[in-house]
Design a protein around this ligand. Structure first.
Ligand SMILES: NC(=O)c1ccc[n+]([C@@H]2O[C@H](COP(=O)([O-])OP(=O)(O)OC[C@H]3O[C@@H](n4cnc5c(N)ncnc54)[C@H](OP(=O)(O)O)[C@@H]3O)[C@@H](O)[C@H]2O)c1
Length: 253
């Protein structure tokens, strides 16, 4: 892997890749929301309904490094269902880096759901080293979540908002509970709500050297943003033709 921006460097070691994704220092004061997504060169975020076909070894490394910085991984229930989410697993090196920073060895996953119908495999709950969190809203979602015996026994439930999750409140509560650094893993539907709530700080976008056409979703769903959200490239890595953009949302949103 090599760095193109902010400083060119060849043959980056694992520690250099970790350092390239260090969150800005000010983030420790409140929620810092960093989204990670992979897209084809023509903007599709799925191939056959999932993201895996777009990736490669370097992408998987960056994904693990991003998880290693996070206090909590936040994901939409649609993605958790489509991708068959299991618990976070990190290798010994990344676990050691977290422990040295004072973080637990792996971050928990927080699934955001309106319906409260998670339909996730048992491993998500039973094999999780960090207790999962289910984020839902008061109303039907909360009722469904409370009726799910696996959730009530093996996960924490965070209720924020009525009918739909108030993401500002949810991220605030996560930060207050010791999870200020959020890695948002999509999908496009949840990303849209986060962006429209003005909560996005950073996007780590992998551009995969694949052209896929079709009708696959984009990084953010929904109608055009008017005005568009301005972003600055604060880092760019390359490996095997994959480009790894680190984009910070401009101060004037
Ligand atoms: N290329 C990539 O990097 C990447 C990354 C992630 C996902 N993906 C792909 O994207 C697709 C899934 O994306 P998606 O947009 O359909 O689903 P999604 O954004 O993962 O999840 C949408 C669901 O999240 C919940 N949700 C979102 N916003 C909410 C809010 N404000 N309050 C309460 N609940 C909220 C709802 O769950 P309920 O339905 O339970 O109410 C909603 O249906 C999959 O094909 C996946 O493979 C690609």
């Amino acid at each position: 892997m090599r760095s193109l921006l902010p400083r060119p460097a060849d043959d980056m070691a694992g520690v250099d890749v970790v350092a390239a994704y260090a969150p800005p220092a000010w983030t420790r004061r409140g929620p810092f929301v960093r989204c990670t997504m992979i897209s084809s060169v023509d903007g599709a975020v799925t191939l056959h309904g999932r993201s895996g076909g777009l990736g490669g070894p370097a992408d998987r490394l960056v994904f693990q490094v991003l998880r290693s910085w996070a206090d909590v991984v936040v994901v939409g229930a649609g993605t958790a269902r489509a991708e068959g989410y299991g618990p976070v697993r990190l290798d010994d090196e990344l676990r050691a880096v977290r422990i040295a920073r004072g973080q637990p060895p792996v971050p928990p996953i927080a699934v955001v759901t309106r319906s409260g119908t998670l339909d996730l495999g048992p491993a998500f709950f039973t094999e999780a080293e960090a207790r999962p969190i289910v984020v839902t809203a008061a109303g039907a979602g909360e009722s469904a979540v409370r009726c799910d015996r696996r959730v009530s026994a093996l996960a924490d439930v965070l209720v924020a908002g009525e009918g739909t999750v108030d993401l500002d409140a949810a991220f605030g509560r996560l930060a207050g509970d010791g999870h200020p650094s959020v890695l948002l893993e999509g999908g496009p539907g949840l990303n849209a709500d986060v962006v429209r709530a003005g909560l996005l700080d950073e996007l780590c976008l992998t551009v995969s050297p694949r052209l896929v056409a079709g009708g696959g979703a984009r990084v953010v769903a929904g109608p055009e943003l008017d005005p568009p959200l301005s972003m600055e490239v604060v880092g760019l890595l390359e490996a095997d033709g994959f480009l790894f953009f680190r984009l910070a949302v401009s101060a004037e949103r």
